[in-house]
Design a protein around this ligand. Structure first.
Ligand code: DUC
Ligand code: ZN
Ligand code: ZN
Length: 470
């Protein structure tokens, strides 16, 4: 066999195994896994002393969306996907966001057009803020056929949140059609009531965001989302779980055999509510929803990763710049917490942070790392086996890691369009030194070489039965 490229001499890591093999690539796909392939290759990439992992799948990131308050994200599909490859990610699943009263089809078409600049492959989740009878009865069934099989709804936010009744209708459709409802679990009335109370008391600094979006607010909505899924007989995935208490509700449901999956994110392992209390307006940089909790909570989230409560680890990249008219500080540096856009960036830092504190510091195995950052997202969202693994026939999406490389995270190395990273100055051990998408090197030694627009849309399959996962 003659290969276009062989990645030679590395340790191949999958969710199941680590083994020594060369990876032979033909036409962007993995054609052979065996030793001694380098002699039959047009191009050889030396992976001696390196780990060869599936490229990461970031199953939750926001690009080129507008916040509920009308603020644009700093990253579009070009800067966002360039940043992704700089951190070893080769597939993203961002959101096509419906506006009130807007036919879903228009939202999907608009986001498909925005995504034409992407440098890596992408699928879409749909955000539904207006799941009316036309959406549920007509639009979704036809979009599902076209490969949109996961839908996010919000239990909080003025312009976004939907009622329990609407969630039930959507879950009912999801059960029939074998799709997946993703839930932003925070109790809207609680957030609103707490926010008004805090503002009336003059408690306006960024740190009060953590009070307005406190732990019980997330825990109640998580419990309710699970109960709704039980009522509807549907599978559900709770996104961006931040609190150990919400996580316990999920674990309890999983133990009862309820098909509830869960995702967590770097901000809940590496940031805490103390960051929102940094001097001046600095705390605004760390505002996201749900917010990072007290430091002790981080260990609980690690435990959930170790024990399997969480199946997915995503960035929830929601890039709002600090300065400028579209930034967190657009209402001035004394703006009240509820006027600061919610979200932190993280596409490039997701994998190195978890690799370093998880794998290198002995909290999780390499297999678990691959599982929650690539293989599980591919399986859950219907992209497996084309994406998410290193196997013959799969796309040659690879991240070649130098497991010992020490890097201090600096905003400048992340290739996004942000003016800060919440992880500035953190030291990590282990870095993806080469990223390949469909057999092509798209980033090497910090240089992004991918051509604009080379990414392709990935239609997602219907969702599998999940009971076996729990
Ligand atoms: N929810 C998200 O999923 N991302 C950013 C902010 C939010 O509320
Ligand atoms: Zn959310
Ligand atoms: Zn999000």
């Amino acid at each position: 066999m003659q290969f276009d490229t062989v990645v030679a001499g590395g340790q191949v890591v999958t969710a199941a195994d680590t083994f020594r093999a060369d990876v032979g690539i033909i036409d962007g796909r993995i054609a052979c896994l065996a030793q001694g392939l380098a002699g039959s290759a047009a191009k050889v990439i030396d992976a001696t002393d390196r780990l060869v992992l599936p490229g990461g799948i970031d199953a939750h990131c926001h690009l080129d969306q507008q916040s509920p308050a009308g603020i644009n994200h700093a990253d579009d599909f070009l800067s966002g996907t360039r940043s992704a490859v700089a951190g070893g990610t080769t597939t993203i699943i961002p959101f096509a966001n419906q506006r009130h009263g807007q036919p879903l089809r228009l939202a999907v078409d608009a986001y498909r057009e925005k995504a034409e600049k992407a440098v890596i492959d992408y699928a879409f989740h749909l955000i539904l803020c207006d799941p009316n009878a036309g959406v549920i009865g007509q639009e979704l069934p036809s979009l599902i056929e076209e490969g949109y099989t996961s839908f996010k709804v919000f239990m909080a936010y003025d312009s976004l949140h939907v009622s329990d009744r609407q969630i039930l209708e959507l879950m009912d459709l999801s059960r029939r059609e074998r799709t997946l409802v993703m839930i932003h679990a925070e109790n809207h009335d609680c957030c609103e009531w707490l926010t008004e109370k805090l503002l009336a008391e003059g408690r306006t600094e960024p740190r009060y965001h953590a009070v307005a979006h406190g732990d019980p607010v997330e825990r109640e909505a998580t419990y309710r989302a699970i109960a709704l899924a039980e009522v509807a007989g549907a599978q559900v995935l709770i996104v961006h779980v931040s609190s150990g208490n919400a996580m316990r509700e999920i674990a309890a449901a999983q133990q009862r055999g309820i098909p509830v999956l869960a995702e967590t994110c770097p901000q809940y392992l590496f940031l805490s509510e103390a960051d929102m209390d940094r001097p001046g307006f600095e705390g605004a940089k760390f505002i996201c929803s749900p917010p990072p909790r007290e430091r002790g909570n981080q260990e609980l989230i690690w435990r959930g990763i170790q024990t399997g409560v969480f199946q997915v680890f995503s960035s929830d990249h929601a890039p709002y710049r600090f300065e400028g008219t579209g930034g967190k500080g657009r209402h001035g540096h004394d703006a009240a917490f509820n006027r600061i856009a919610n979200g932190v960036p993280g596409l490039a830092t997701r994998l190195p942070l978890l690799f370093s504190a998880g794998v290198r510091q002995g909290r999780i195995s390499l297999q678990r790392f691959v599982e929650i950052t690539a293989t599980n997202p591919a399986k859950i969202y219907g992209l497996y086996p084309r994406k998410g693994s290193i196997a013959v026939g799969a796309d040659a999406d690879l991240a070649i890691w130098d497991p010992g490389r020490k890097v201090m995270i600096r905003k400048e190395m992340l290739h996004d369009n942000m003016d800060y990273t919440p992880y500035e100055g953190m030291e990590v051990e282990g870095w993806p030194v080469i990223t390949m998408s469909r057999g092509e090197v798209v980033c090497a030694d910090g240089q992004v070489t991918a051509e604009r627009g080379r990414g392709r849309f990935l239609p997602c399959d219907r969702i599998q039965e999940m009971k076996a996962w729990l």
